[in-house]
Design a protein around this ligand. Structure first.
Ligand code: NDP
Length: 243
C-alpha cells in the first residue's frame, strides 16, 4: 500500500536536487505534489518527468506576494496540505572577513525567513496529522570555514522545528528536520573534482550522498511511520558529522 495515498504535499525547491527527488518519491507513494521554484524552465523540465500528480507553481518564496499566491493556489486546487517539505535553499561560500550585508540578507531571506512565512501562511491549510519536514544541513552545527552565514540560516530551521513542535503539537502537526551532508545535486555543479574528493575523504562512507537518499528520509518523516517523532533532526550524511 502506498504510504502517502490521498495526501497532498508541497515541496518548495521541488524543481531540482533533493526537492525534485522528494517530489518524485512522494508521487510514487501516492501523493498529489505541488512543486515550486523560481525558474519557469526548471519548473517545466521537472514537471515533464513527474507525471499528472504533480502541479507546478512558479514562485520566488522570498517575495511575499508570490508566497501568498502559491498558498492560495494550493488552497484553490487541493483545499488542504498534509505534508510540507521546505527544500528551497541557497548555499554560497563567504569567509567572515569577506561577508557582506547582501550575502547575509540573501542567504537568510531564502533559507530562514521564507520558510517561516511559508509555514505561517500554509498553517491554516494543515489538518491534524500533517507533517512538516525542513531541509536543514549539517552545516548548521559543524563549523565549515566559509559557511558561517549559511550554517546559521540552517541552524534557524533546527530552532523552528523545536518551537513549532511546542506550538503545534496540540493541533496534531509534527515538525522535523532532515539535515543532509554533501549530496550530489546541481548545488555542487560548480565544485571541482578536487573539492568533491576532499569532501568525500571527510565522509566515513567515502562517497557523496544521493538526493534519493535524502528523499527516503523525508518520506519517513512525512509519513505516519514516524508518528511519534517530533521536533527532531535526522542527519543523512554518511556519518560525516556523527563520528
Ligand atoms: P538545488 O540547487 O539542486 O535546488 C535548490 C532548489 O531551491 C531549486 O528548486 C531552486 O529553484 C529552489 N530555490 C532556491 N531559491 C528559491 C527561492 N527564492 N524561491 C523558490 N525556490 C527557490 O539544491 P539541493 O537540492 O542540493 O538543495 C536543497 C536543500 O538542501 C537546500 O535547502 C540546501 O541548503 C540543502 N542542503 C543541500 C546539501 C547538498 O549537499 N546538496 C547539503 C545540505 C543541505 P530555482 O532556482 O528555480 O528557484
Amino acid at each position: 500500500m502506498a504510504r502517502l495515498s490521498g495526501k497532498t504535499a508541497l515541496v518548495t525547491g521541488g524543481t531540482s536536487g533533493i526537492g525534485l527527488a522528494t517530489a518524485k518519491r512522494f508521487i510514487e507513494e501516492g501523493a498529489l505534489v505541488f512543486i515550486t521554484g523560481r525558474s519557469p524552465d526548471s519548473l517545466a523540465k521537472a514537471l515533464s518527468g513527474l507525471g499528472e500528480r504533480a502541479i507546478g507553481i512558479r514562485a520566488d518564496i522570498t517575495r511575499q506576494e508570490e508566497l501568498l499566491s502559491m498558498v492560495q493556489t494550493i488552497e484553490d486546487r487541493a483545499g488542504q496540505l498534509d505534508i510540507l517539505v521546505m527544500s528551497a535553499g541557497i548555499s554560497e561560500h563567504s569567509l567572515l572577513v569577506e561577508t557582506t550585508a547582501e550575502h547575509f540578507d540573501k542567504t537568510f531571506d531564502t533559507n530562514a525567513k521564507a520558510p517561516m512565512f511559508v509555514m505561517k501562511e500554509a498553517l491554516p491549510l494543515m489538518p491534524s496529522g500533517a507533517s512538516v519536514v525542513l531541509i536543514g544541513s549539517i552545516a548548521g552545527f559543524i563549523g565549515t570555514a566559509g559557511y558561517g552565514v549559511y550554517g546559521a540560516s540552517k541552524a534557524a530551521l533546527r530552532a523552528y522545528a523545536r518551537t513549532w513542535t511546542s506550538e503545534l503539537a496540540e493541533r496534531g502537526i509534527r515538525v522535523n528536520v532532515v539535515s543532509p551532508g554533501p549530496i550530489d545535486t546541481p548545488m555542487f555543479d560548480g565544485a571541482s573534482d578536487a573539492v568533491k574528493k576532499a569532501l568525500t575523504n571527510l565522509i566515513p562512507l567515502r562517497r557523496l550522498g544521493k538526493p534519493e537518499e535524502v528523499a527516503a528520509a523525508a518520506l519517513f518523516l512525512a509519513s505516519d511511520e514516524s508518528s511519534f517523532i517530533a521536533g527532531s533532526e535526522l542527519c543523512i550524511d554518511g556519518g560525516m558529522a556523527q563520528v
